[in-house]
Structures are given as structure tokens and as C-alpha cells.
Design a protein around this ligand. Structure first.
Ligand SMILES: [Zn+2]
Length: 179
């Protein structure tokens, strides 16, 4: 058995396709919780997929400050102005014989998504310190341009998916060789 290390960008601090984001301050917690968790497909944590779908383990993760994507909308431009652009990378260790490895080399199945747990959904720049559904929050959830996931308490897994919420989330290299 020969191991390879697949590096994937797991998430970032931008507003993603489902109108949510993790503030930069939450990303180091996500990195800590992701280590030791499985790499799977199609989010078994959402009750799809099974343990048979597990193809690797996250053996390292961290946060990196980087140049932001160039096609940002106004909300994301403002976020980058305020806190910079940061992403979470994960190193997934797996057997070289895993079928996904060949797919990655053909530019297939490279998009990924993480599942994580957090305590609060908050409005952008929230000052009430409460969940957006709390009576104490002056904002109305359905009128918000996006919401923030705050108080990360766990991460469950990383999955290969067809359409990740986070636009940049994908497999980027195998054993340090960029795809
Ligand atoms: Zn609020």
C-alpha cells in the first residue's frame, strides 16, 4: 500500500452560492476540527452516501492568506477589504489505488465541500451578538443579503461533490504536484 497526499481547498471566508459564509476568525477552528475526519463523496453527514464511500483521511489542515479570486461581487469585495482573503486547505491521505486519483488527473470529481457544525447564524457585521432568528437581533433573516456561520464547534467530513457552495473548493494537487 502506497499513500498519496491529495491537497484540497476546503472553504474560504467569502459569501458562497448558498448566501452564507464563515468569517475569517472561524477558519482556524474549521482547520483543527477537519483533521482526522474522512474524505468521502456526496456528504454522508447529510444522510447520503455510506462508509463505503470513504476514500481517505484528512491528516493535516491549515489556513492561508491568499490573493482573492478576481470576480468578486460587491459584498465579497467589502469582506476582503475588511478581513482579507483566507482559505482552509486540507491534506487528504489515501491509497494510490483510490479510483478518484485518476479522475482528478483528468480534471474530474475535483470539486469538494465540507460539512461542519456551528452555534449561530448571524447577520453581516452583527452587533447584537445573537442568532439572527433571536428576537434581540434587529434584522430579519429573509431580508439579509447573506448570513455568517459563527461559533464553529465541529467539522464532520470533506466530500467530492458536483456543485460546491464554495466556488474555489477543489482538489488542487497530488503529492505536491499541481493539477
Ligand atoms: Zn444581529
Amino acid at each position: 500500500m502506497t499513500d498519496v497526499v491529495v491537497r484540497a481547498i476546503a472553504t474560504d471566508n467569502l459569501v458562497c452560492r448558498n448566501s452564507a459564509r464563515y468569517p475569517a476568525i472561524e477558519l482556524p477552528k474549521l482547520a483543527v476540527y477537519l483533521v482526522g475526519k474522512p474524505a468521502s463523496i456526496d456528504h454522508p453527514s447529510a444522510f447520503r452516501g455510506t462508509v463505503k464511500d470513504e476514500w481517505g483521511n484528512i491528516t493535516a489542515a491549515g489556513v492561508e492568506k491568499a490573493e482573492p479570486p478576481t470576480d468578486l461581487d460587491d459584498h465579497n469585495k467589502l469582506i476582503v477589504q475588511k478581513e482579507g482573503y483566507h482559505y482552509v486547505w486540507t491534506d487528504i491521505t489515501c491509497d494510490v489505488a483510490v479510483e478518484h486519483i485518476e479522475a482528478f488527473k483528468k480534471d474530474l470529481r475535483r470539486r469538494v465541500s465540507i460539512a461542519a457544525m456551528y452555534q449561530f447564524m448571524r447577520c453581516p457585521g452583527c452587533t447584537c451578538g445573537e442568532d439572527v432568528f433571536s428576537e434581540k437581533c434587529p434584522n430579519y433573516f429573509w431580508e439579509l443579503p447573506y448570513f455568517e456561520r459563527c461559533g464553529v464547534v465541529d467539522a464532520l467530513e470533506i466530500s467530492l461533490v458536483s456543485t460546491p457552495a464554495v466556488r474555489v473548493a477543489r482538489v488542487v494537487s497530488i503529492d505536491g504536484v499541481n493539477l
